[in-house]
Design a protein around this ligand. Structure first.
Ligand SMILES: *Cc1c(COP(=O)(O)O)cnc(C)c1O
Length: 468
């Protein structure tokens, strides 16, 4: 053992090997970091020798340099990393919800890498407000009198309740007290804001008189929550916006609707879902609405607040506006995304979320066939079938979009094992599992990703076959 320990190379000997210099130059790893990695490797080898786990140091130099290379490769990977979404769920909250359009990304890059007029009026050469950057485009695509943007829709709900109903009562229908993603509860947010919740009606039925009976001199607001992540079906009755507008006018109250997803584009024209547009809701007379930036809108994480000018003015001046304000990158991405809605159908389809929702079964099938045809291997079974995709993100519950899926199975691997293997690929593939099959839904895989999926699966198959 002693001879073995004595034969371990000194650090400077390794540094003198020409491969050391080449490694430093090609990997971009600093000399100090590389030296510290080498020390770690030598320490591990020494430890293994002492433990009796290692009887030879032959080929140690080769081993050291291959470990260094592997470490450098690992080091380049971010913890937050790109994945391929093969689940078919378009707004997958665990996978980052909406993907940004190319336009949005290039605007983000421009303001992130350079100075910008974030709070500067170029016409006058004086200080400006970041709210002005985005307000007019929101007005244009929603018809709102005024608008502002905060961190996310949960923040928007909190902000509106805090600013207009703190210490007062807010009437909400029991059927709308939703919990979203297990962490967002209207009732909890309301408690945090200092507003008191007055629940009316039953889970399946609420009538206009339920609201009227609940109004006291301490009532500030009636809040409607768009029940976007579940559907009550059957024997139900909810109060329409028109009815709520009548009640709020009669009693001089505020009417706020948390729209959740906030559709700018009317998906109903394609027979998909029954989501009203933001414009429609405002036109019916709701005073103020809020919705997410990264759900149906297809932009960055944000909470958009739109409505009456005097209400938005109160919010802009509120201390919390500073606490909840968004970054320049968010504003850049949101502006670019909203601009696409100004234009023809073709521009709207540049928003990845919109395009994924509107892709036809034929378009999805073409990608699925390309995958199946490229992978004709003995052991694997790839089976093309009709299926359904979900919108996700708590949006349009019960709306199934027809799609084409590929069932993937292998006699030597369970679905769970394959699932885990695909998560370990260079670009992890996240798919669904059903019975003992993997399910790939090509609706959420973009055309340019199909080849990446094919190549990665091919490489995995070849690697596994060579091991067997
Ligand atoms: C999703 C959702 C929220 C939360 O929005 P985030 O942007 O995720 O904070 C609030 N209310 C409703 C009705 C929602 O659907």
């Amino acid at each position: 053992m002693k001879t073995l320990l004595r034969s371990l190379p000194a650090i400077h000997e390794i540094q003198q090997d020409k491969r050391f210099l080449i490694f430093i130059h090609s990997s971009g790893v600093s000399k100090e970091a590389a030296t510290s990695w080498i020390k770690d490797i030598i320490n591990t080898v020494r430890h293994d020798i002492v433990e009796g786990k290692r009887q030879s140091v032959d080929g140690l130099f080769d081993e050291i340099f291959s470990i260094l290379k592997a470490k450098a490769k690992e080091d380049k990977k971010s913890t937050l990393t790109k994945v391929i979404n093969a689940t078919g769920t378009i707004l997958h909250t665990n996978l980052g919800r909406a993907k940004l359009s190319e336009d949005a990304v290039s605007q983000v890059q421009a303001v992130a890498m350079h100075y910008s007029n974030l709070e500067y009026q170029l016409e006058k050469g004086t200080r400006g407000s970041r709210h002005d950057i985005i307000e007019s485009i929101i007005q244009e695509v929603t018809g709102a009198e005024a608008a502002m943007v905060v961190n996310n829709n949960a923040a928007a709900v909190y902000f509106i309740l805090k600013a207009f109903a703190k210490g007062k009562e807010v009437i909400v229908s029991r059927g709308q007290l939703v919990e979203i993603g297990g962490s967002f509860r209207v009732s909890s947010i309301m408690e945090e804001s200092g507003a008191s919740l007055v629940e009316v009606g039953t889970t399946n039925k609420t009538h206009p008189f339920d609201y009227e009976k609940a109004i006291t001199e301490n009532t500030a607001m009636m809040m409607k929550v768009h029940t976007s992540n579940f559907k009550t079906i059957g024997f139900t009755k909810s109060v329409t916006i028109e009815e709520l507008v009548q009640i709020k006018n009669k009693h001089n109250l505020l009417l706020y609707e948390d729209l959740g997803s906030g559709a700018i584009y009317d998906f109903r024209t394609h027979g998909i879902g029954d989501e009203p547009t933001v414009r429609e809701t405002l036109e019916k007379g709701v005073d103020i609405v809020s919705f997410s930036g990264d759900k149906l809108l297809g932009g960055p994480q944000a909470g958009i607040i739109a409505g009456k000018k005097e209400l938005i003015a109160v919010l802009k001046k509120h201390q919390l506006a500073r606490v909840l304000r968004v970054d320049k990158m968010t504003l850049a991405a949101l502006e670019a995304t909203l601009k696409a809605y100004r234009h023809s159908f073709h521009r709207v389809k540049e928003i990845p979320t919109v395009s994924a929702i509107l892709s036809t079964v034929e378009e999805v099938e073409q990608k699925a066939r390309q995958f199946v045809q490229a992978l004709t291997y003995n052991h694997f079974t790839f089976q093309l079938e009709e299926g359904t995709s979900q919108i996700g993100g708590g949006t349009m519950p019960g709306v199934d979009i027809p799609t084409m899926i590929v069932y993937v199975s292998h006699p030597n691997f369970s679905a769970q094992e394959l699932f885990e293997q695909f998560l370990k690929l260079d670009i992890p593939i996240v798919c669904r599992r059903k019975d003992d099959h993997l399910v790939f839904d090509f609706r959420t895989i973009e055309q340019q990703e199909v080849n990446i999926v094919i190549e990665q699966v091919k490489q995995w198959i070849e690697k596994t076959q060579s091991l067997q």
